[in-house]
Design a protein around this ligand. Sequence first.
Ligand SMILES: [Mn+2]
Length: 448
Amino acid sequence: MYLREGILSNRNFAAHIKNVCQIYEQGLELVQSAGGEIDAILLHSGSEQFYYSDDRVIPFQAFGHFCHWLPANRPDQFVYFAPGSKPVYLQIVPNDYWYEQTIEMADWWASEFEIIRLGSITELESQLPAGNAAYLGSNQQLAVQLGIAPDAINPLQLLHFLDFQRAYKSDYELEQLREANRLAITGHWAARDCFLDGGNEYMIHRAFLDTCNILEEESPYTNIVALDEKSAILHYQHKRRNTADLSQVLLIDAGCRINGYGSDVTRTWTKQNVHPVFKQLLTGIQALEQGLVGLAKPGIVYSELHSAALAGIASLLSELDICNASAETLIDQQVPQLFMPHGVGHLLGIQVHDVGGHQADISGTRQQPPSHSPTLRNTRELAENMVFTIEPGCYFIPLLLEPQRIQASGSLINWPLVDELYACGGIRVEDNVRVTSNGVENLTRQFE
Ligand SMILES: [Mn+2]
């Protein structure tokens, strides 16, 4: 569905598949050394789901570990991996005149698989090689029908290992992520221009999609297109169609997807008549974001970036007199978290919030976020070729701030100014970065 042929040479795909095969081989060895009797892995993209009491299908999204192998975002596709053999792509193409069922395959990826085409899922069992395969996927019932042993259905040890490895991207994956960023930036420019021309949320959303030449369902997540006070709603989902000439703030969080890999980019723009303190705050958050990108390198723990973000926000709140206290006092009283209630970023790749963010190791030991920031999605130690977002923000959220008026900590907040800033909403600035051997590659800014 999101295959965009001709854009990329994808010369690195063969090396990517070699790498994925190695990862799966190691995963199998791990399970075998713990006494597990599996010698192959069957991955299932997933099964079509319907709305309750309806014949309409819920938009399909293939299982992340399946997408790691090939870019076919379709139900009932299978990859069979056994060490030492070419991976097999068992492709189910039903005879169906209601829907388009053709699966477009490009040579650059199809040539890395042995391809078996089947007309229905009932033919699958007879096509599977003899042996003890593990099943990875969402349809347990199907796995049982295929004769998979219960303890070989989504074995946790294997999933923990695979989830952990997904954080490190191959050259092929980085190529897709760069392209997903390059395309998204063209959309962000169009969105900014539409906003400056007086466009409303709906028009800005359309401008982004049109410029990127994508359908809404091809986006990696629902675009967040928020004007003024709505930009303080972290995952604002509506697109207002009212007149927007007087709007002063746009927060747009929108990405693109290339061969299954998504970008996740946020920009905040303002017009000339925006509140001067909000404008200064935006300049401050933009500088903070760049500073945080500059801190990232192998060996740093992601939570340290989050703490640095909170410290930066505390300084801005203090310097701009949004709060009446020193940065130290604000950090001590956990005031920055009232203005940035989310984590400063997350792992990124096939899934927008990619898997394994709280894993300390391959065996699934959890590294929980610090108690002062329970919503932080990434606690991993940074290592080369890990990809994640860096997205500090600062918002004026009545639901979080208003209860403070009657708390002791409320005396730290400059209420007359906050009352003025509520109308502006909030700010978020987000880039995607890859860790290099001694720093980071900014996957987003290189296209601006
Ligand atoms: Mn994000």
